[in-house]
Ligand binder design. Structure first.
Ligand code: HMG
Ligand code: MG
Length: 308
């Protein structure tokens, strides 16, 4: 079966299911999308890319990361990129922040929203941010306190919610524990990261059930699409009431510390799928194509989204 027909068959199953009427898409292209690209993209091209994305109707575009450039060279120009982009009035431009050093740099350039990023896997936490889960939560707590004192909104991530490249299976209870801590410290939303794309609809259902104690409207899903299962997984999450989905234009993305890199689910595929199901996203598909053509041209990459 072609990819389009396969996707349509998946969507067809949900035609008469109760799903949210509107979904917010958080665009990951400039951050998750670019962080694993080996060739350094010029800052002015990142700015052009983000400005094109700002015209698409996203409420949030994750813009860059204030991390160590020794760890992620591609994000080494965070301050310059953040300072130079056009800030559209109804768009939030969150940035990743791992510690107080990152927060201080973000504050200097007037960032209004940050995301702290933890994990449900000890091994991944060590590889990605060089500390244990417990230590990372202590660091995030300091970051959150200072961010709140400065009027900054804070989103949280939990990585490896469906499995870890180093530890294999991750128990949903571990995801629930980290999620709980992120909410307790003051994150307004927690995004559940299937960092390596090993999720399945069954695992997604189990995870949603394990997280049923939380307000579902405060949970987002962040699927990498290694095995073409992101959309079926998203559909299960929406069925459980999730209304926020992370994705990257043209399916760019991957964490440099997650072993074999795999892209985020493509924003175009998410928008097309949700449109097909009558779910509003507010995204302008023509402008999305312009942003996608620009970045794919620049990276000499094929757009892997599914269009119909
Ligand atoms: P470390 O080496 O343990 O840091 O790295 P340190 O505190 O020991 O400091 C060492 C040096 O780094 C010092 O400089 C610090 O000033 C500097 P030196 O004295 O040697 O010149 N430093 C920094 N510089 C800039 N910005 C900072 C910063 N912090 C320290 N914020 C650290 C610890 C967390 C910094 C490092 O491990 C790091 O940057 N990791 C980031 C990794 C990353 O960005 N991964 C990708 C994002 S996560 C992801 O993709 C998953 C997600 O998409 C969800 C999903 O898919 O699951 C969110
Ligand atoms: Mg990711």
């Amino acid at each position: 079966m072609s990819r389009v027909n396969n996707l349509l068959a998946q969507l067809q199953k949900y035609k008469n299911t109760s799903l949210p009427k509107k979904v917010k898409i958080v665009e990951m292209g400039p951050r998750d999308g670019l962080q694993n690209e080996k060739t350094i993209v010029q800052s002015e091209d990142k700015v052009k890319f983000i400005n094109l994305l700002s015209k698409c109707g996203f409420q949030a575009i994750e813009t860059t990361s204030f991390v160590s450039k020794k760890w992620v060279p591609q994000m080494g120009d965070a301050s310059e990129v953040y300072s130079k982009i056009d800030k559209f009035p109804n768009v939030s431009y969150p940035v990743l922040v791992p510690n107080i050093i990152g927060l201080d740099q973000a504050l200097k350039v007037g960032v209004k929203e940050i995301a702290v990023f933890g994990a449900a896997s000890e091994a991944f936490s060590q590889k990605n941010i060089n500390c244990s889960i417990a230590d990372s939560l202590k660091r995030f707590n300091d970051v959150v306190i200072k961010a709140q004192q400065n009027g900054i909104k804070i989103r949280g991530y939990v990585s490896c919610v469906m499995g870890c490249p180093y530890e294999g299976d991750i128990h949903p209870q571990k995801v629930a524990e980290v999620t709980q801590k992120l909410f307790e410290m003051g994150c307004y939303e927690v995004s559940l990261g299937d960092t390596i794309g090993v999720g399945t609809p069954e695992k997604t259902k189990n995870l949603m059930q394990a997280l049923s104690q939380f307000d579902i409207k405060k949970l987002a899903v962040h699927f990498h699409d290694t095995y073409d299962r992101a959309i079926p997984n998203i559909l299960v999450a929406l069925e459980h009431g999730v209304e926020v989905v992370d994705s990257s234009v043209s399916g760019l993305g991957g964490c440099p510390y997650a072993g074999k890199p795999s892209g985020n689910v493509a924003t175009e595929t998410v928008v097309n799928s949700l449109n097909y199901l009558g779910i509003e996203t507010g995204i302008d598909r023509e402008n999305l194509k312009k942003a996608s053509d620009f970045i794919c041209g620049l990276l000499n990459r094929q757009n892997i989204s599914i269009n119909f």
